[in-house]
Design a protein. Structure first.
Length: 346
């Protein structure tokens, strides 16, 4: 079983499996009026990370699901990464996860069932870190290995953070480095250096649990996680939803250590160019190879945080108390008045 490489059984990898933004818009387009539910605080009429329902007494339930094909060859790591990625959507709303159920598709005639058990073992490890049970799930026999979670969370409504509520003048921060898609492609091409693997995997397995605490900071105006549409794609969603534009400095965007040796070999996922093509008309300043990192589809990426200037010190104090590197205390850009282009890269 040690010789089985999960990535060789899938056509996509991690959040790079996402349907292209331009295609997704067509799928979700609906000319009929949506049924209204007065207690639904966040639904599918927005591009937010999870659905949120008011259950009374100032409390809300969060519901989300996320699943994908392997970005790593190791089954245990696959389960950990997919689970951290799915739970992140609850944290990205400012909430606390309560429980998860598994979504498993497995090509039982091609890959031993024992490896599927390893995937679940990895998932339980991450759920344990999040303090929640893996309480059940559903499985199918599928042509490619697929794994993820459906996650339920809870929060005080006062802590709800959307991706569409940024304010002009907010400073933008990231809580994880960019580059997981690039390194995933390097792995699939046999180019990933052995010493880079642990850092890459640990980054994807790191829970975005700081999101629950960010939900308690009034000056955090908007929050989302950076996944398959890349940093630029998710920033465009935040800016458009807020009726604003954004400016970011490419040199200030944190990157995974060692990423340059892969970008210099033009090692990036096909979905990087998919993201660029979907968003290029809304971006100014991407004139060269900076698209490789800015459009890199992230798997279990960090949080993109829009912070009111007067609350930046509170944000930085929280980041430092959670043992984050000083690298994530530096803003990468800001929200500005709406301009012709949604995002300008400086």
């Amino acid at each position: 079983m040690e010789d089985i490489k999960l990535t060789q059984y899938s056509h996509g990898a991690g959040c790079g499996c996402k349907i292209a933004p331009s295609v997704l818009d067509k799928i979700l387009h609906n000319t009929k009026p949506l049924q209204e539910f007065k207690n639904l605080l966040v639904g599918n009429d927005t591009k937010d990370d999870a659905a949120v329902m008011d259950i009374g007494n100032g409390q809300a339930i969060i519901s989300t699901t996320d699943f994908f094909m392997p970005i790593v060859d190791d089954a245990f790591d696959f389960g950990r990464i997919a689970s951290a990625n799915a739970i992140s959507d609850v944290y990205a709303m400012g909430g606390k996860p309560l429980m998860a159920v598994a979504i498993l598709g497995w090509p039982v005639e091609k890959i031993p069932a024992e490896l599927a058990a390893k995937v679940l073992e990895g998932s339980r490890e991450i759920c344990k870190q999040a303090g929640i049970p893996l309480a059940g799930g559903h499985s199918i026999d599928s042509p490619e290995p697929i794994f993820g979670l459906a996650v339920t969370g809870i929060m005080p409504i006062s802590n709800l953070k959307k991706n569409s509520t940024a304010k002009e003048g907010d400073l933008l921060f990231l809580t994880k480095p960019i580059g997981t898609g690039i390194m995933g492609t390097a792995l699939k091409r046999g180019l990933l250096n052995q010493e880079d693997y642990p850092t890459w995997v640990n980054t994807m397995c790191k829970l975005n649990s700081i999101g629950e605490k960010l939900g308690k900071i009034e000056g955090v105006n908007a929050l989302t996680d950076v996944t398959g549409f890349g940093l630029v794609g998710h920033l465009i969603e935040m800016a458009e939803g807020s009726g604003l534009s954004a400016e970011i400095s490419n040199s200030l965007v944190p990157l995974l250590n060692g990423i340059e040796k892969y970008t210099s070999q033009f090692c990036f996922p096909d979905n990087t160019t998919r993201n660029l093509n979907s968003y290029k008309d809304k971006i100014a300043g991407i004139d060269g190879l900076e698209f490789i990192t800015l459009c890199d589809p992230q798997t279990s990426g960090g949080l993109l945080v829009s912070v009111k200037p007067s609350a930046v010190s509170e944000y930085i104090n929280l980041i430092k108390s959670e043992a984050y590197s000083d690298l994530f205390c530096n803003p990468i850009g800001k929200m500005v008045m709406k301009q012709e282009k949604v995002v300008t890269v400086l």
